[in-house]
Write a protein that binds this ligand. Structure first.
Ligand code: CA
Length: 711
């Protein structure tokens, strides 16, 4: 504690000498409740932060539940949640209380023994916010510090609640505007500061990470990940250096590089490491962002798709490593950053292990960012290799789809070989356990792209790549899109074992000292494997797909395992016509808690509704339908699914009653009749003729699929 306080004083003194504004007074660290010392050496019985420890290893030393007895694991208690959207949070447990966040950024506190609800908090996120959220109304969890619990809301606020009763201690606005920025990530804690970034790199967000005083909610520092308009001056040297890697008027679309998930505090170096998202827009020619000094492809677009390290107390730049220069494939580097000590080529190293979307496993030195290794762990086609000294990829020229102006099917796809679903690292086995997505994503550039004021701004022609009404093509796409749990030996750079799944987008993982590896799946199972061998030892029918990661805790000598279930969190264009490939993703959102010897059961789920298509006849002209397809692909498919086939969360428009009347469609799309449910008005981008074209397109699609029914 003394050390931390004095380091703040030294930092302030240095800044004062340099004539700098030292910013808001920083509150003293917590001396009761959850303290820095507890976060630094987490008690085995508790789970105090998103990744369990500062290094985000998600390895629990608890060993009451083992590979030998896990077959006796049963449901101790469960809680039904008051939302049916994606549940991504990892519960935290402190002092006998289990804290969760749910979709719509709500927070609930339960008695961790009995499941009795102690309190709940609803930040009352406007449902219209859904229209600027790429991927559902999800929230990945809360942070604990002192006597408070922290949640960041979808509409961009950071809220401090009192642990005792859930009342609001303070609430502050983090995002600069709510038309391009949302927050889904879990806050982290560093030296009494609460850290959070945002999403929005498919809209017009300029990425950042910010630190807030835990007591007052005052902003202590903010570090942008991409430079702003040079005419406004640069905030720091890092921004000036980055600006040389950008072309066109990049700032007009924000630039992206959002810090929407990975934030790792390393107390040993006092660094905050974080991952950044894709550059915006996806198609770099759409705004010339990587044309530098007349040379297309010359702009790396720093610091997008990178790991960046800043000083935890000042937010000053320390180092960066860009994993995907000139990204155009949505290869966010936002997956969690895990810090571990391991022996590499005979030397003991403290390393950051990172498995971003782009198909490589990276190992970097924590203190300096030195590249130690980069190994492809899944099939990939965007590079021809990677420089073994620097880690810089040699980009496959054919992958620059905006230059070829041809279809490019990227592997990995835009969902990533590994996205935010947390991996875990077991020091016992030396393995990381990665939730893997196998498949590709079709890119066709819209090089005539013009930005608009609503919706995704990717610069793609999504109509050109919509799934056709051809059962053989759809089946082939399904067969090529699978999931897996991959156990990877980091030090040796090789796969140890894998478990294959029918579909992608499965849950995060938990490793324990009982030689166990837990994971939930999209096909409605919660599974325990032997961590060393991959042998499946136990499973439980969850009645709903799982995307969240499990955690474990112990009370009164009894070990529990908890997981949130409820499938979603997905950008519907990705599954689209493939919505059912992961099984039948349905959403019955719950918190499930297990212990040895328990035999609880869940109420039987309702039968899945099977609705036959009954659309009005096709009356639109081919030109209207084609024009509607372009609009649908750009504005509608993100939520309502590729080729007008919805996933589990949002209405499937092929069944919509509004298809029968132009006036109904107009009332919804232009007048915002369903804004209270998240379907906002698109009047800034579309006119009546455009909406009518979309109606004709959806009617056409529904009739095509009706003709396929029963075949
Ligand atoms: Ca992205």
């Amino acid at each position: 504690m003394t050390m931390i306080r004095s380091s703040i004083l030294v930092a302030c003194a240095a800044l004062a000498l340099a004539g700098c504004n030292i910013g808001p007074q920083v509150s003293d660290p917590a001396t009761s409740g959850v303290t820095d010392a507890m976060l630094d050496a987490p008690p085995p019985e508790e789970w105090l932060t998103y990744g369990r420890d500062y290094g985000e290893q998600r390895f629990s030393p608890l060993d009451q539940i083992t590979a030998e007895n896990v077959s006796d694991l049963g449901l101790a208690w469960s809680a039904d949640l008051d939302t049916a959207r994606g549940q991504e949070a990892t519960p935290l447990m402190h002092d006998g209380v289990l804290y969760i966040s749910t979709a719509w950024s709500m927070v609930k506190a339960y008695d961790a023994r009995t499941g009795e609800l102690k309190w709940s908090y609803d930040p009352e996120v406007p449902r219209e916010t859904l229209a600027v959220a790429c991927c559902d109304a999800v929230n990945r969890g809360v942070a604990l510090y002192g006597d408070k619990v922290y949640v960041a809301t979808l509409n961009g606020d950071l809220v401090a609640l009192n642990q005792s009763d859930g009342t609001v201690a303070w609430r502050t606005t983090v995002v600069p505007d709510t038309t391009s920025y949302t927050i889904t990530g879990a806050p982290r804690v560093a030296n009494g500061k609460i850290l959070i970034g945002s999403g929005g790199a498919e809209y017009k967000a300029r990425g950042f990470i910010a630190a807030y005083d835990w007591q007052t909610g005052e902003e202590v520092w903010r570090f942008h990940t991409v430079p702003g308009n040079p005419a406004d001056g640069f905030e720091n040297e890092a921004m000036e250096l980055a600006a040389a890697t950008w072309g066109g008027n990049w700032w007009e679309l924000g630039g992206g590089g959002t810090v929407w998930d990975a934030i790792t505090f390393d107390p040993e170096t006092n660094l905050v490491l974080f991952g950044t998202g894709n550059a915006e827009p996806w198609n770099p020619r759409a705004n010339g962002r990587n044309t530098v000094e007349g040379q297309e492809g010359a702009g790396d677009n720093l610091y997008t798709s990178s790991i960046v390290a800043v000083d935890a107390d000042s937010g000053e730049y320390r180092w960066h490593f860009q994993e995907t220069p000139e990204d155009r494939w949505d290869y966010d580097s936002n997956a969690q950053i895990t810090v571990a000590s391991m022996t590499i080529e005979g030397a003991e190293r403290r390393v950051a292990i990172h498995v971003p979307k782009n198909g490589y496993v990276y190992v970097l030195d924590v203190a300096t960012g030195e590249f130690l290794s980069g190994t492809p762990w899944t099939p990939q086609n965007w590079t021809l290799g990677i420089d073994p000294e620097t880690g810089r990829p040699q980009i496959n020229p054919a992958a620059r789809y905006e230059q070829s102006d041809a279809l490019w099917v990227s592997v990995p796809g835009a969902a990533g070989a590994h996205s935010w679903q947390p991996m875990s690292y077991s020091p016992q086995t030396g393995l990381v356990y990665i939730p893997a997505n196998n498949g590709g994503f079709p890119f066709v550039a819209n090089n005539d792209f013009e930005a608009s004021d609503i919706g995704f701004q990717t610069g793609l022609n999504s109509a050109a790549t919509a799934m056709p009404a051809d059962l053989a093509v759809r089946q082939a796409a399904k067969d090529a899109t699978t999931g897996a749990l991959v156990a990877w030996n980091v030090a040796e750079g090789r796969e140890a074992w894998r478990a294959n799944y029918t579909g992608p987008w499965n849950g995060g993982t938990l490793a324990t000292a009982g030689n166990l590896l837990f994971q939930g799946t999209a096909d409605e199972r919660f599974i325990a494997y032997a961590a060393d061998s991959g042998r499946q030892l136990w499973s439980f029918a969850t009645q709903s797909g799982v995307i969240a990661a499990p955690m474990t805790y112990s009370l009164d000598g009894t070990q529990y395992v908890a997981i949130m279930v409820g499938w979603g969190g997905v950008w519907d264009i990705a599954p689209g016509a493939l919505a059912d490939i992961s099984g039948t993703p349905r959403n019955i959102s719950r918190l499930l808690v297990f212990k040895l010897g328990a035999d609880g059961t869940l109420a039987a789920p309702p039968a899945l509704a099977q609705r036959a298509l009954d659309p009005p006849p096709v009356t639109g002209t081919p030109a209207q339908i084609a024009a509607g397809a372009l609009i649908y692909g750009r504005y509608c498919s993100v939520c309502h699914g590729d080729a007008a086939i919805s996933g589990a969360l949002n209405p499937d428009l092929r069944h919509s009653g509004a298809l029968n009347q132009a006036a109904s469609m107009k009332a919804i799309v232009l007048d915002g009749a369903f804004a209270h449910r998240g379907m906002v008005s698109f009047a800034t981008a579309l006119d009546e003729a455009g909406v009518e074209n979309v109606r004709h397109y959806i009617i056409s699609r529904a009739n095509e699929d009706k003709a396929l029914e029963g075949r």
